[in-house]
Design a protein around this ligand. Sequence first.
Ligand code: SF4
Ligand code: SF4
Length: 507
Amino acid sequence: MSDEENKLKINKEQQSQDTTEKEGINSETEQPWYMEEPARRTFFKRIAAGGGGALLAGAGSYGIARYSLEGQEVTDYPLIDEKLFKPKPQQDTILNFVSSRALNKKYPERNEQYNRLQKKQFEWINGFRDMYRKPWDNSKPGYTQMDRALQKAGWEPLNLAGSRLSANLQPNTPFNTWDQSDVEKEQYQFETKKQASDAIKSAARVFGAVKCGIARRDKRWDYDPLYDIENEKELSWKKDFPFEPKTVIVMLSSMDYDCMATAPAWTADGTAADGYSQMGVKATQMAKFLKGMGYHAVGAGNDLGSSVPYAVMAGLGEGGRNGALIAPGVGPRVRIMKVYTDFEFVEYDGPHNWGITDFCLSCGKCAEACPSDALPLPEDKNGGYGFEPSYEFSDEPGYTWNNHIGIRKFYSDAKKCYNFWVENGSACAACIASCTFNEPDFWHHFFIMAINPVMPKFLHAAMAESHPAFGYGHTNDPKKALKFWKSGEGMRTNILMKNNIGTSNKS
Ligand code: SF4
Ligand code: SF4
């Protein structure tokens, strides 16, 4: 055999081996890889026994899938208990409170109560300083100098813009400025409301948002009063805010799957910090776009109002047990930014249902993964709490000073969460990484998302159980950090996003 023929033979053998690996066949057991895990086998058996019909029905109809991805309009969001509900003062959010010396001085009983009940000696006001001072350990994957460097680089755009405190709800930073002196005098006129909404969403896509929706301004979600942390004073919507907002444009940017999968390691905070920087950049760009068309606008990250309900009102997803927005096709791996404007000649979006909150009732993977027990487990696992207008977390009165009660939703204990961040030396995000809806952008995940609303409820728990069996959602795993730092070699691009869910709710 000549050298050339030899090379040809070796190449053919190599190709045949590659094909076998790609098709997922384990040549030793002759089982497809996806049947090796007992939990996966159980999942497929349950599908075959109980859910196969629903699966096939979903598979048989592209129309149903499209319909499901767009969700169904709902008229009963939000469910509010008027006896309990009132607007939330910004200073009662954890990130604001822990950044303010004046508030810590004013309410010493809050820290005393938490430390006593949780048996901690926790330094609330110095938490953020202590968090980032924790020394790296280059022998510990996810907690090395390189991981810390990624995290710091993620924050850098906000730092350079003098807007770092916007992540802790500081309003009126250079990125999210309240200055309206650059609003054009001439107002651009759209012919139709649809044209206006399409234009705003097209601009959002240019700025890099993965989704954009438009909600009416709703005072129930606005922090009131606002709070200027740098100058330690309350701000009023009427007296201090530069105009009366009518509309809130909500945009989402996504975070990196492989980086987030390292949670709660410092690595994951690299993509979270970058997400915060993106919030600043994109919100300021959208605000500038509106000002350029002659309308008042102020960008916001976590500040001004509660982002999750605004995103739900803008039709971008549903609230999850983990306290995050779960957006169809992206899951909870998103950052939310808002732009308040007085422009109101738009087609408003509205809340939709994809069966996500229903799914959360039977799931609870995020709560199981939470290292600080800050999230509620499903009813059958903790004896009673699922989804309700308020939740105390303690029998002692006043413990839930930071919760916005009176809304039917899942409640978490953000005090425990923040405490863990400081001990960990970084924000955590295990509840995002572990979520059953946090999946990479493979087509079958979009398909599962699409058929979720038509799946019988008894399969939800099985779907949640099977998720880790397929290799997803594991947290606190040093191998994930090692994998992430090699993942550049096979960079994932989000090529399916636009065609499946549309960057502006349309494909
Ligand atoms: S970020 Fe971490 S500690 Fe906080 S709620 Fe999520 S999982 Fe729990
Ligand atoms: S892990 Fe499960 S319960 Fe938690 S938010 Fe995601 S789907 Fe809901």
